[in-house]
Design a protein around this ligand. Structure first.
Ligand code: NAD
Length: 496
């Protein structure tokens, strides 16, 4: 029996005891998860430094602060999220209890990616615990130091049987994927996403796929290009460009290309000094494989800013590539590194066409003063999200669902969306055993035909709210007629 099978069996057995059902239990586990993050901040920071060369500030800002925010939100809202959700009634159900009851799915598999190894792996766990599930956690083997710390320390805080951490590489993940889960929540590239979905189909297991892709960034020539470039520089080069929602490439008119290059160059200098290599807030490429992949992507493009690299340190400077075309090598796959190509287009029409000719991205960025132009891009394109005049920050808004569409993924999470994603929304209808006479009604009244269950289809069409509004209108009309009548009598009486 494999280790993976044992772990899943143990989690299922524990789930079946029903101990995750009471909200107090989930709250206790969520508080333990929060305590883990605050007490082990040092271990987490050191692991991320070794994996990605990230600074302490960077880890707090991009890994743990958001996680703590999500846990606090879940703690505050859990009773509301988990409560029965009343729904609109119709004539047929007017005296019944009709509601949606969220219930746990069972055992969830969470497969994390390496680029934000803590945020990406533990954020779905918040939703899984809040929704009352057991969860098998598989951190990415690529961020090996974080995976090791997670495996060693998380079980000191969370229930070991319900929330086990399984480390390992491709073969361990594949062994896990052979097991039966009630949901698989995967974050990573699209190619592996297909493997995950194929494996899930064997057990008819639903999946959430948080994938990536090439997120475009259109700069309208009439916007404040200086501000736009500051925000794009920040969004692109944070974590060395290894961010799923980083702007992948810029689309702008040829007349502003050189100004865009100049402004981004100034911002790189301001944010990362003249020598980003020695600046503590500029990290490293995760490994040699990705370093080589990124260097190869640059081939055939003109470097406008940066371009320096050091293979021994997996360092690539923040780099801007100009006059790139849709056929360039760097446009053939998601960059996922500190290379920012600029492609010139004749205006927003061509930008929209360019975007729509490719796979649906995780996010589209638009920088413009013109609200109509922004709304036009929203109306004429499709993507997981659209963010205007800033980068990345939509990720921090828990009220917005986070996820992709088409090639950039399926399903979503964050805040209540994470809770709902990992719950079954069960329809509940509680009727009385009274009023059986209704089922014996005949239609038309003297025919032999019993209305019986046909009423179901007829009454389903009746909108109770509309009926209520009509009844209210009729009452008001009656009242008005009554008043007019007595007013007229009163006026007649006083004149005669
Ligand atoms: P990765 O290499 O860490 O792989 C992700 C997970 O898949 C790992 O846990 C790994 O064990 C497993 N895996 C890898 N190969 C496998 C195989 N053949 N069979 C079964 N399991 C396998 O991560 P990655 O794919 O390099 O991650 C980068 C991608 O993730 C980018 O495309 C990025 O855009 C995307 N991403 C998306 C989000 C999001 O929220 N949408 C967040 C982060 C990263």
């Amino acid at each position: 029996m494999s280790r993976e099978l044992l772990v899943v069996q143990r989690a299922r057995k524990s789930f079946q005891t029903g101990k995750t059902k009471p909200l107090e239990y989930r709250i206790h586990q969520l508080k333990n998860l929060r305590r883990f993050i605050s007490e082990r901040q040092g271990d987490i920071t050191e692991a991320v430094r070794r994996d990605l060369g990230k600074s302490e500030n960077g880890t707090q800002l991009f890994e743990t602060l958001g996680l703590e925010g999500e846990i606090n939100l879940a703690l505050e809202k859990l009773s509301e999220w988990a409560a029965p959700r009343m729904v609109e009634k119709n004539l047929l159900t007017i005296s019944d209890e009709v509601y949606v009851q969220p219930e746990p799915l069972g055992v969830v598999l969470i497969i994390g990616a390496w680029n934000y190894p803590w945020a990406i792996t533990l954020q779905p766990l918040v939703g899984a615990i809040a929704a009352g599930n057991a969860a098998v956690i598989k951190p990415s083997e690529v961020s090996s130091h974080s995976a090791k710390v997670m495996e060693e320390l998380l079980p000191l805080y969370l229930d070991k049987d319900l929330y086990p951490v399984v480390t390992g590489g491709v073969s361990e993940t594949q062994e896990l994927l052979k097991q039966r889960f009630d949901h698989i929540f995967y974050t990573g590239g699209s190619a592996v996403g297909k493997i995950v979905m194929a494996a899930a189909s064997c057990h008819l297991t639903p999946v959430t796929l948080e994938l990536g892709g090439k997120s475009p960034c259109y700069i309208d020539k009439n916007c404040d290009i200086r501000v736009a470039c500051r925000r794009i520089t920040w969004g692109k080069f944070v974590n060395c460009g290894q961010t799923c929602i980083a702007p992948d490439f810029i689309l702008c008119e040829p007349s502003v290309q050189s100004q865009v290059v100049e402004e981004i160059q100034k911002c790189i200098k301001e944010f990362y000094t003249d020598n980003p290599e020695t600046f503590e807030d500029y990290g490293r490429i995760i490994n040699q494989r990705h370093f080589k992949r990124l260097m190869a992507l640059m081939e055939g493009s003109t470097v406008a800013v940066g371009g320096a690299s050091d293979e021994s340190q997996c360092y690539i400077a923040p780099t801007v590539l100009k006059d790139v075309t849709g056929d360039s090598k760097v446009m053939k796959e998601e960059i996922f590194g500190p290379l920012l190509p600029i492609i010139t287009v004749s205006g927003v029409d061509e930008a929209i066409r360019f975007i729509n000719e490719r796979e649906k991205p995780l996010v589209i960025y638009v920088f413009s003063q013109d609200n109509k132009l922004i709304k036009r891009v929203i109306a004429e394109t499709s993507s997981g999200a659209l963010l205007a005049n800033d980068c990345l920050v939509h990720f921090t808004v828990s009220a917005l669902p986070f996820g992709g569409v088409g090639n950039s993924g399926m399903g979503c999470y964050h805040g209540r969306y994470g809770f709902d994603q990992l719950s079954h929304l069960r329809s509940c209808l509680i009727k009385q055993l009274k009023m059986e006479g209704v089922n014996s009604m005949r239609y038309p009244p003297h025919s032999a035909k019993k209305l019986g269950w046909a009423r179901f289809f007829m009454l389903k069409q009746v909108n109770v709210c509309r009926l209520r509004r009509m009844a209210l209108l009729a009452t008001m009309a009656g009242l008005a007629a009554f008043l007019v009548k007595y007013l007229a009598i009163f006026v007649l009486d006083s004149t005669l």
